[in-house]
Design a protein around this ligand. Structure first.
Ligand code: GAP
Length: 453
């Protein structure tokens, strides 16, 4: 197996250089841990979302979709336990004036030079730990009074529970069934970092799967397996993924059991996704706080129960980061170093680049004709600027799996070369067969060439 050459610095630098992810508000000096997705980042993240939707909706008939509001009734967060319990313990240092998570002091660096871990030397003057709520607070309406306080959602899950009753009525589903949603969540994290791994504004891909109580354990196991398979099917190397069950003292207030899907990021094994057995906690709480019945009633048998919930909760940004990290590679072609993203073709921002060998002799005209045809089928890019080698390198860096090159022979016999990003193999193919060939290749199972043959 090839040695991993990836570091977080290389990922950050490639992301900026090629416009995947950019520091936000850079002309004002940036805003800590806030990022914008550039052109290729948008395309890649769209593909991550699309594959998640595909696995949840298209390939199953027991999951339906939702896009709920970010700002919800404030009682939501009383019922969910977030208002009281979604806190981190904080300490302030009176010497360096910085604030740290009391439970992560050994990971933090203080503000003095040389920097130490807070509390490491007698000069560190730390306050007692205080609980700090992670929800972002704002107000609705023109008057800022007590009743106008609302929160930006810290998880998309609650929007699903609030809609459970409506879904029972219109979706014609009965447990076991799920409601899936992708959307932004917000947490006023004290410790951010590792690029887009932990930010204050991020995107979640969550699904709440409602089951008869006696089936909860079985479905928990089912979703652990499904979610690991999703990452490996999309090319993540299996030996860079693992499941880690939470210790009882680590469990969230709502959870009966949680296992994290962890990925071997450059900074070490870290959470990619959490899969939780939330029991009947949320539906019971919302039933109590809203006064509405949130239960399933079988119209034939008359049986009634509050479903239990199995929740696979993934981060779109973390998945994005894991896919890029896993794909990042460097090799050498004819003595020249190349950076290449060996992304699964389904995730690659651009599927095919169309490149005339030279900018004359009718080649650009034919290349544009081919490009116009291919872009009807897949995300394609036309590039005629610069030496062909440099254009290949550029496409390699953004992970484009295939490049079509138009040369003098193309004008004679209407064939082109089709280059493969990973094998570097080039084969001659009729222009008329290109579209079908690419679609057929996209349907093939794929594994990372980093795994070897
Ligand atoms: N509804 C359950 C829930 O929100 P979580 O483990 O807190 O569980 C689920 O979050 C996923 O959301 C995480 O595994 C991670 O991928 C992503 N996530 C959470 N906080 C994040 C942050 N500050 N920045 C980026 N992604 C985050």
């Amino acid at each position: 197996m090839a040695d991993d050459v990836v570091t977080m610095d290389k990922i950050v630098s490639l992301s900026k250089r090629r416009g995947f992810v950019l520091p936000s508000s850079e002309i004002y000096g940036g805003l800590g841990s806030s990022y914008d997705y550039g052109h290729y980042g948008v395309l890649l993240k769209n593909n991550v979302r699309a594959q998640w939707w595909r696995a949840m909706l298209q390939e199953r008939d027991d999951v339906v979709a939702l896009d709920s509001a970010i700002i919800q009734h404030p009682r939501t967060w009383e019922a969910s336990g977030h208002l009281a319990g979604f806190t981190d313990p904080l300490v302030d240092c009176r010497t360096c004036k910085l604030r740290f998570r009391a439970d992560k002091l050994e990971e933090a660096q203080c503000g003095r030079k040389p920097s130490v871990h807070p509390g490491e030397t007698p000069e560190c003057d730390l306050t007692e730990a205080r609980d700090f709520n992670l929800m972002f607070e704002t107000t609705v309406g023109p008057v800022k009074d007590e009743g106008s306080t609302v929160y930006l959602r810290p998880e998309t899950a609650q929007g699903i529970f609030l809609n459970f009753r409506s879904y029972l009525q219109f979706s014609r589903k009965k447990p076991p069934f799920g409601i899936a949603q992708i959307g932004k969540s917000f947490r006023n994290e004290i410790t951010t970092g590792n690029f887009i791994f932990r930010t204050r504004e991020f995107e979640q891909m969550e699904m709440e799967y409602f089951v008869p109580p006696d089936q909860a354990e079985r479905w928990f196991e089912h979703w652990l397996e499904q979610r690991i398979n999703w990452y490996t099917m999309l090319g993540i190397r299996p030996d860079h993924l693992r499941l880690r069950a939470h210790d009882p003292e680590e469990l969230s207030h709502y959870s009966r059991a949680t296992s994290d899907v962890e990925y071997l990021f450059p900074m070490g094994w870290s959470e990619l996704e959490g899969i939780a057995n939330r029991g009947d906690f949320d539906l019971t709480q919302h039933a109590e706080f809203s006064g509405q019945k949130l239960e399933y009633v079988d119209t034939v048998t008359g049986e009634r129960y509050v479903p239990h919930v199995i929740e696979p909760a993934a981060g779109a940004d973390r998945a994005f980061l894991a896919f890029i990290v896993d794909a990042y590679d460097e090799d050498e072609i004819e003595g020249e170093r190349r950076t290449v993203l060996r992304l699964h073709p389904l995730l690659a921002p651009v599927k095919v680049a169309v490149l005339p060998l030279v900018r004359k002799d009718g080649q650009p005209e034919l290349a544009r004709e081919i490009y116009r045809d291919l872009r009807e089928r897949v995300q394609a890019e036309y590039d005629e600027g610069g030496a062909i080698g440099r254009r290949y390198r550029r496409q390699d860096e953004i992970g484009t799996p295939w490049a079509v090159t138009i040369d003098h022979q193309s004008l004679e016999d209407r064939t082109v070369t089709l280059r493969d990003r990973d094998s570097l193999g080039q084969e001659r193919i009729a222009i008329g067969e290109l579209g079908e060939e690419l679609e057929q290749r996209l349907r093939q199972p794929w594994h990372s060439p980093k795994l070897g043959e």
